[in-house]
Design a protein around this ligand. Structure first.
Ligand SMILES: [Zn+2]
Length: 453
């Protein structure tokens, strides 16, 4: 019974002592038919040379430590022609010369791969060295990560910074020169749940194209939509490597751009009006928080406050024009099925987009508005496609957050390959967990219900 509780195949418990400090000493002997076989010639020995005591480290019992005392036999090899004279017993669970049981190593690796501990933390708790925990983690992680990805219909591309940019002061001019600014470009599965598909160092079009070129042509042909941030670099890489895929830009970034434009106009108008930056007490300052909200989320009183404040003078009207432009752009994006609950028509999208352009043209004395309209028109095709397909880069951003969190937990990585391995295993953990769980009825999220009013 005690041997079953210990659970190491080939070890039989003969005695167990509870120590005063709460730890447990378990005395075991070998109980395995293969243990007496010579590792060189395979002959089973019958002559014992001596007894030795080994203390392989094993997993904890709860929070308490267990010390295993293994009375091993050293056998004499029965084969006269064998070069090896004597050998000690070894088991698959505790290989020869190993001071750790296999399950302790496995647990240290699994804590990193499946529980999200850092290597240092897992090593500390399991009382193994950092290299042992890392080696075991890599052994478990690599086969999982090397599997070729399943076909993906919607691909997401995003980037995150690796570490901090490094600067150096130039001796002649005194100006700062950028020494290193390291980035990772990441590829995400937006339609399935494979999470992070791969990463590549750098963030140029060539870097992104390099990763795409390494995938199988059939896999590339399967991609229908690629979601990117408003970044022309990735767009050119996608056009080069995935000519059949449609590009969509993430609509969050479009709205973000419009909100930023409203703020820019407000700051400039306030500076022109007062000759200084805005401060609490200015009427424009009082509505700055309301201007970044969605129109449909404003209470009537709040809406009236904006109109009263901005209608007072010419500077306010300029801010109001920018704010209305933001809402007209949002009107375009709000046609997507996630908001309305029905498939948008391409003509409606173009109609609303025309109204936005028209508004910007009527207020072409506001330079920020013209810039926004130019940017939107440059990305028009991708924005329309995003509204029609409803594909967003939201999942990429959420996985990017995990990637950044992983780097923070590790207090930054020195080795980019280790970073990529740790980040990818972290960004696919949810997928693996779901695969191992019994099938559950999935709940389809169709988004916000259409407003009955
Ligand atoms: Zn032998």
């Amino acid at each position: 019974m005690a041997s079953v509780l210990l659970g190491v195949e080939g070890l039989r418990v003969v005695e167990a002592d509870a120590e005063p400090d709460g730890s447990l000493t378990v005395w075991v002997v070998t109980d395995h038919p293969g243990a007496a076989a010579c590792p060189d010639c395979g002959t089973c020995s019958v002559r014992v040379h001596e007894h030795v005591l080994a203390r392989p480290r094993d997993v904890r019992r709860g929070a308490d430590e267990v010390s295993v005392a293994w009375l091993k036999r050293r056998w004499k090899c029965g084969n006269a022609g064998c070069a090896r004279k004597t050998f000690t017993e070894s088991l698959p669970a505790v290989p020869a010369r190993c001071r750790l049981t296999g399950r302790l190593r496995g647990l240290a690796g699994a804590e990193v791969a499946e529980r999200g501990c850092t290597v240092a933390e897992a090593a500390r708790w399991q009382r193994v060295s950092w290299p042992v925990a890392h080696q075991e983690f890599a052994r478990q992680a690599d086969p999982v990560l090397e599997r070729p990805p399943s076909p993906v219909a919607h691909l997401g591309i995003d980037e995150h910074r690796r570490g901090r940019p490094r600067w150096r002061a130039d001796e002649d001019s005194g100006e700062y020169v950028l020494l290193a600014d390291r980035w990772h470009t990441c590829f995400f599965d937006l339609s399935g749940d494979q999470g992070l598909l791969g990463q590549v160092e750098g963030r140029t079009a060539d870097d992104a194209a390099y990763w795409l070129a390494q995938t199988a042509p059939a896999w590339r042909d399967h991609i229908q939509v690629v979601a990117i941030d408003m970044c022309s670099i990735y767009a050119s890489a996608v056009r080069r490597m995935l000519p059949g895929a449609r590009i969509v830009v993430d609509l969050f970034h479009v709205v973000q751009l419009a909100v930023k434009m409203t703020g820019d106009v407000r700051r400039r108008a306030v500076r022109e009006k007062y000759g200084r930056r805005g401060r609490s007490g200015d009427p424009e300052y009082g509505v700055k928080g309301l201007l970044v909200r969605n129109l449909e989320h404003l209470r009537p009183a709040q809406f009236a406050k904006i109109m009263d404040t901005l209608g007072a003078d010419w500077h306010g009207q300029e801010i109001a024009a920018a704010w209305i432009a933001k809402e007209k752009l949002r009107d375009v994006l709000n046609l997507r099925a996630r908001v309305t609950g029905s498939t948008p028509g391409e003509r409606d999208v173009h109609d609303r987009l025309f109204r936005f352009y028209d508004w910007c043209a009527q207020h072409d004395d506001i330079p920020e508005l013209v810039t926004l309209a130019r940017t939107v028109s440059r990305w028009e095709q991708e924005i329309v496609c995003a509204v029609l397909t409803g594909v967003t880069n939201a999942r990429s951003e959420s996985l990017n957050r995990i990637a950044k969190l992983e780097a923070r937990k590790a207090y930054a990585f020195r080795n980019p390959a280790n970073q990529r391995r740790r980040v990818r295993i972290a960004c696919t953990r949810g997928t693996r967990r779901r695969q191992n769980m019994p099938a559950r009825r999935s709940r389809l999220v169709t988004g916000r219900q259409p407003d009955p009013g």
